[in-house]
Design a protein around this ligand. Structure first.
Ligand code: HEC
Ligand code: HEC
Ligand code: HEC
Ligand code: HEC
Ligand code: HEC
Length: 208
């Protein structure tokens, strides 16, 4: 019996050693979107939207672009599973007053939806299978609120640099290997510590 327990202990410590040797620190900063495994970069198809919405114009930070915070429009990211797409009233809050683009075809279309009181039927760009459980809140709480990384970088871990895109496009594989490869890395617990922990790797955490 004693031998048996020893064997288990040895086996356990070996496992710890292995995982410690495998775990690499998660890299922050650098070009947005480059922080997760390059092997899982996978450009998705161009999705045709009812109105071609220019992220670049609204969220870009080049001169002449507005640099609006991603979470001003995707308000639920910090507190729910989904990030959500903004309602038409959020667009109209600005566009009712912006004369410079009122006569542009895309803005005319925007007003048509508004006058018909119809929501814009945006199409999905990212879509995990139903058997996968994903939660924005936990990732945003960790990377943005605890580690204090810039919001555009944080969204960029999984979405690439949407703020420089004309229309949103998938750039990561969203495969199981991709999620797991990031969970296995050593992530700082918050901005003021060198203490790290991993994301969960138990099947049930990601599968219902
Ligand atoms: C002015 C509002 C606004 C801002 C600011 C904004 N977005 Fe969006 N976002 C939208 C709209 C509208 C859509 C739907 C159209 C589309 O998918 O192209 C969208 C779509 C997306 C999608 C694709 C959703 C899907 O269907 O999978 C992602 C990812 C995204 N935004 C990320 C970001 C990031 C990251 C930022 C900050 C750099 C940002 N957005 C800033 C309005 C906004
Ligand atoms: C904070 C204010 C603000 C919000 C919110 C906003 N926009 Fe804009 N949008 C602008 C401004 C300002 C421009 C014009 C930039 C320029 O002069 O090129 C613009 C430009 C655009 C254009 C390009 C027009 C063209 O053809 O040149 C589209 C399309 C557009 N917005 C759609 C939307 C949609 C859809 C939403 C809601 C999801 C939205 N906007 C929310 C301020 C806003
Ligand atoms: C850890 C990876 C990760 C991070 C970080 C992340 N997302 Fe996502 N996002 C995803 C995945 C995966 C999906 C697809 C979810 C699904 O299909 O159930 C998604 C979907 C979306 C969608 C489509 C609508 C929805 O909520 O399902 C939007 C919009 C979006 N993300 C915006 C953002 C914004 C804005 C940020 C930063 C504030 C962000 N995401 C940060 C992985 C991430
Ligand atoms: C950029 C790195 C990164 C990527 C990519 C990533 N995650 Fe995570 N994930 C984390 C970290 C770090 C945590 C731990 C957050 C915490 O609890 O503080 C986490 C936590 C989670 C949790 C636990 C949430 C909870 O409610 O306890 C689930 C579930 C999860 N991730 C699923 C996924 C799935 C599914 C994908 C791929 C579609 C994914 N993650 C991609 C870093 C990542
Ligand atoms: C960090 C999140 C995460 C963890 C942990 C995880 N999975 Fe997955 N799994 C995913 C995602 C995301 C997909 C969807 C992949 C796709 O659509 O390509 C998936 C797909 C699958 C599939 C469907 C077949 C396939 O390859 O598409 C099976 C079966 C599966 N996972 C089993 C498991 C088992 C068993 C475990 C535990 C050893 C596990 N998963 C742990 C995220 C996870």
């Amino acid at each position: 019996m004693k031998v048996h327990i020893r064997k288990i202990l040895v086996w356990l410590s070996l496992c710890c050693l292995c995982s410690a040797a495998l775990a690499e620190p998660f890299v922050q900063g650098g070009p947005i979107g480059s922080q997760t495994e390059g092997g899982f970069d996978a450009l998705g198809p161009v999705v045709e939207q009812p109105i071609e919405f220019p992220h670049k114009t609204h969220a870009g930070t080049e001169p002449g672009q507005m640099g609006i915070n991603c979470m001003y429009c995707h308000t639920y990211a910090r507190r729910s599973n989904v990030s959500g797409i903004p309602r038409l009233d959020k667009c109209m809050g600005c566009h009712k007053m912006i004369e410079s683009v009122k006569d542009k075809p895309r803005i005319k279309k925007l007003f048509e939806y508004w006058e018909k009181k119809e929501p814009i039927p945006w199409k999905k760009v990212h879509d995990l299978p139903d058997f996968v459980r994903f939660n924005h809140e936990r990732h945003i709480q960790r990377f943005y609120f605890s580690e204090h990384r810039p919001v555009r970088e944080v969204c960029g871990y999984c979405h690439g640099d949407v703020g420089s895109m004309t229309t949103a496009r998938r750039v990561k594989a969203l495969s199981m290997g991709w999620c797991v490869s990031c969970h296995q890395k050593d992530h700082l617990e918050n901005a003021n510590t060198t203490k790290t922990s991993n994301g969960p790797n138990d099947c049930w955490q990601c599968h219902k």
